[in-house]
Design a protein around this ligand. Structure first.
Ligand code: PEP
Ligand code: MG
Length: 572
C-alpha cells in the first residue's frame, strides 16, 4: 500500500513504524517547592481551560449541521466537562496540597475521572470516559506539555508516525534511532519540517487521515522527496529503494566534496550561500556543507524545551558559542520570533483566535521590553567574539523598526556604561515576511542595513493561507505571481537603496526557483545546510543573461501552474 503526503525533507528512510499516540503526556514527577509557584500553576490551568473552551466554541460555531447532531452534542458535552468546577477543584487540590505541578495534576485528575466513568454500570456513562480523556488531552495540549517525543527511547531504524510534531520534538529527536517521520498535519514550511531538513531527517508531512493505516512495527519506506510512504513493501521494492537511498547519499557526498568551491555562475557572478541554523552545533555542521556563515539563527529554539526564560548570561554563552563556531564568518541573529506555532509552557501566551495574526515576534518584544533588552544585550556582548548581525522578525511598518532601534540603543548604552565591549558597527536588518513590509520596502530600506526575505510567512500572509494547515496546502504556493512580484520588488528596492538583501525562507532552497531568483538580482541565499550543495550545483551551471530572461518570462505569466511547468522545463 502506498500513501502520499508532502515531501518535506529529502532522503529515503527504510525502517519500522512507531505510531505516537495522540497527545501522549508524561508525568514529570516534579514537586513544587515554592508556595508562589502554586498560584502560578493554578493560573496556568485556568488559561489552558479557557483556551480549550475557546477552541471548542469555535468548532461549535463552525459546525456543519449536515453532518448530523451527534458531533455537536459531543462538543457541548466537552464544554460542560470543561466547565465542571469539580475538575478545577481536584486539580487545584493536587497542586496546593500534593504540591504537584499542573501537568502532573491534570494527568492524575483525568486518569481518576476516566477510571471512574469506565467502572460505571451504565453503558452511556461508560462512554463518557473517552470524552473526559479528550478534554484532558486538550487541556494538556494547551498547557503545551504534550507529545514529549524527546524523552522517549526508540528502537534503531524507527520511523515516527504522528498526528503532528512540535518544533522542539524535531529538534530533540535522537537521529541515531529515529531515521524519518511522517505526520498527518503540517506542511513543507512548518517548523518541524524545516528543522527536519536542517538535521537531514527524511520527512513526509500533511498526510491527512490516511496515516491511520500505518500500525506499530509496520515495515515502511519513506521518500522525503516525493512524499510517498510504502507500507510493508515486497523484497523487490525494498531493494529498489535501497539503491535509490544509496544514490541519494552518494550524490550528496559528491556535492559536499565541492564545499570549498565558490558558488559562481558561468559568467562570473558570485553568489553567497548561508545556512539557517538553530545553535552552535548547526553552525559547525554547516561548514562541512560549504556554508559561508549563517543567514538566519532562529534564536527562539533556545527558549524552547525548558521551564523558564534563559538569562542574559545563558544567552550570551549561547550566542558566543555560535559566533566562535562561525570562525569569522557572518551570522544573522534573529531576535525572538515566538508565538504562532512556536509556543512554550512557561510563557503565558494569551488564548487567541488567530495566533499567527496576533501577539508574536517583534510585537511581543516591543511589549515585553524586559525580555527584548536582555536578548539584545546578550547578542551585543557576543558580537565581540565574531561577526554577528541583528535581525528583527515580523516587521510590519517603519515605527516598529524605530521602536526596536530605540531599545537596541538603550542596550548599547547600558553596556557602554558598564564598560562591556561589543561591536559598535553591528549591522541591523529586518525580515521581510509581511506583505505590508514588502510593499513599503522602499521606505523600510532607509531604516536598515539589510533585508532578509522570509518566504514562508510572506507566502502565508500574502495568500491568506495558513502554512500549517494541510487542508489548504495546495493554495500555499510561493510561485503565485503575487508572491513573486513582492519578492522581485523587495530585491529591486534593496538594490536601489544599496542595502544587502538575502532570502532565508524555504524558497531559497528550491532548485527550480534558483535561476528565477538570480534573474531577480538575488545574490544571498540562506537555507538548511543540507540543501547548500544542491543549490550550489545549480548556480554553477547558471548563466545570468539567461536567468534575467527567465525572470522576464515568469513575470509575464499569470498563474503558478504555468510558472512551475516553465521552471521545471528550464531546469531540466
Ligand atoms: C520565514 O518566514 O520565511 C522564515 C524564514 O521565518 P520562520 O520560518 O522562522 O517563520
Ligand atoms: Mg517567519
Amino acid at each position: 500500500m502506498i500513501l502520499t503526503g508532502t515531501g518535506a525533507s529529502p532522503g529515503i528512510a527504510i525502517g519500522n513504524a512507531y505510531v505516537l499516540k495522540k497527545q501522549e503526556a508524561a508525568l514529570t514527577g516534579l514537586i513544587l517547592t515554592d508556595d508562589s509557584a502554586i498560584t502560578f500553576e493554578i493560573e496556568k490551568f485556568d488559561t489552558a481551560v479557557n483556551s480549550s473552551l475557546t477552541e471548542i466554541n469555535i468548532m461549535i460555531d463552525s459546525y456543519d449541521e449536515d453532518n448530523g447532531s451527534e458531533g455537536l452534542e459531543i462538543l457541548e458535552t466537552h464544554i460542560e466537562l470543561l466547565s465542571d468546577p469539580q475538575i478545577k477543584e481536584d486539580v487545584a487540590q493536587k497542586i496546593a496540597i500534593e504540591k504537584r505541578n499542573v501537568n502532573d495534576a491534570v494527568i492524575a485528575v483525568i486518569a481518576d475521572a476516566v477510571a471512574m466513568f469506565k467502572g460505571m454500570d451504565n453503558e452511556y456513562l461508560q462512554a463518557r470516559a473517552a470524552d473526559v480523556q479528550d478534554i484532558g488531552n486538550r487541556i494538556l495540549k494547551n498547557l503545551n506539555i504534550t507529545g514529549k517525543t524527546a524523552a522517549r527511547i526508540y528502537q534503531r531504524n524507527t520511523i515516527i508516525i504522528a498526528e503532528d510534531l512540535t518544533p522542539s520534538d524535531t529538534i530533540s529527536m535522537d537521529i541515531t534511532h529515529v531515521i524519518g517521520f511522517a505526520t498527518q498535519a503540517g506542511s513543507k514550511t512548518s517548523h518541524a519540517a524545516i528543522i527536519a531538513k536542517s538535521r537531514g531527517i527524511p520527512a513526509v508531512v500533511g498526510c491527512g487521515d490516511t496515516l491511520a493505516n500505518i500500525k506499530n512495527n509496520d515495515h515502511l519506506i519513506l521518500d522525503g522527496q516525493t512524499g510517498e510512504i510504502i507500507i510493508n513493501p515486497d523484497e523487490e521494492t525494498i531493494i529498489e529503494y535501497q539503491v535509490k537511498k544509496e544514490n541519494w547519499l552518494a550524490e550528496t557526498a559528491l556535492l559536499k566534496s565541492q564545499k570549498n568551491k565558490a558558488a559562481i555562475t558561468t559568467d562570473g557572478t558570485l553568489v553567497q550561500l548561508f545556512a539557517n541554523i538553530a545553535n552552535a552545533d548547526d553552525m559547525e555542521h554547516a561548514h562541512s556543507f560549504g556554508a559561508e556563515g549563517s543567514g538566519l539563527l532562529r534564536t527562539e529554539l533556545l527558549f524552547m524545551g525548558r521551564d523558564s526564560l534563559p538569562t542574559e548570561e545563558e544567552q550570551f554563552t549561547f550566542y558566543k558559542a555560535v559566533a566562535l563556531k562561525a570562525k569569522g564568518k557572518p551570522v544573522v541573529v534573529r531576535t525572538l520570533d515566538i508565538g504562532g506555532d512556536k509556543q512554550f509552557p512557561y510563557f503565558n501566551f494569551p488564548a487567541e483566535q488567530n495566533p499567527f495574526l496576533g501577539y508574536r515576534a517583534i510585537r511581543i518584544c516591543l511589549d515585553r521590553t524586559d525580555i527584548f533588552i536582555t536578548q539584545l544585550k546578550a547578542i551585543l556582548r557576543a558580537s565581540a567574539f565574531g561577526k554577528l548581525k541583528i535581525m528583527f522578525p515580523m516587521i510590519a511598518n517603519v515605527q516598529e523598526i524605530r521602536a526596536a532601534k530605540v531599545i537596541l540603543n538603550q542596550a548599547m548604552e547600558e553596556l557602554d556604561k558598564a564598560g562591556i565591549g561589543f561591536d559598535k558597527t553591528i549591522r541591523i536588518g529586518i525580515m521581510i515576511e509581511i506583505p505590508s513590509a514588502a510593499i513599503t520596502a522602499d521606505l523600510l530600506a532607509k531604516e536598515v542595513d539589510f533585508f532578509s526575505i522570509g518566504t514562508n510567512d510572506l507566502c502565508q500572509y500574502t495568500l491568506a493561507v495558513d502554512r500549517m494547515n494541510e487542508k489548504v496546502k495546495t493554495l500555499y504556493d510561493p510561485y503565485n505571481p503575487a508572491v513573486l512580484r513582492l519578492i522581485s520588488y523587495v530585491i529591486d528596492e534593496a538594490n536601489k537603496n544599496n542595502i544587502e538583501v538575502g532570502m532565508c525562507g524555504e524558497l531559497a532552497s528550491d532548485p527550480d526557483a534558483t535561476l528565477l531568483l538570480l534573474g531577480m538580482g538575488l545574490k544571498e541565499f540562506s537555507m538548511s545546510a543540507t540543501s547548500i550543495p544542491h543549490i550550489k550545483n545549480t548556480i554553477i551551471q547558471s548563466d545570468m543573461e539567461f536567468a534575467k530572461q527567465v525572470k522576464q518570462r515568469v513575470m509575464a505569466m499569470d498563474n503558478s501552474i504555468a510558472i512551475a511547468a516553465y521552471l521545471k522545463e528550464v531546469n531540466k
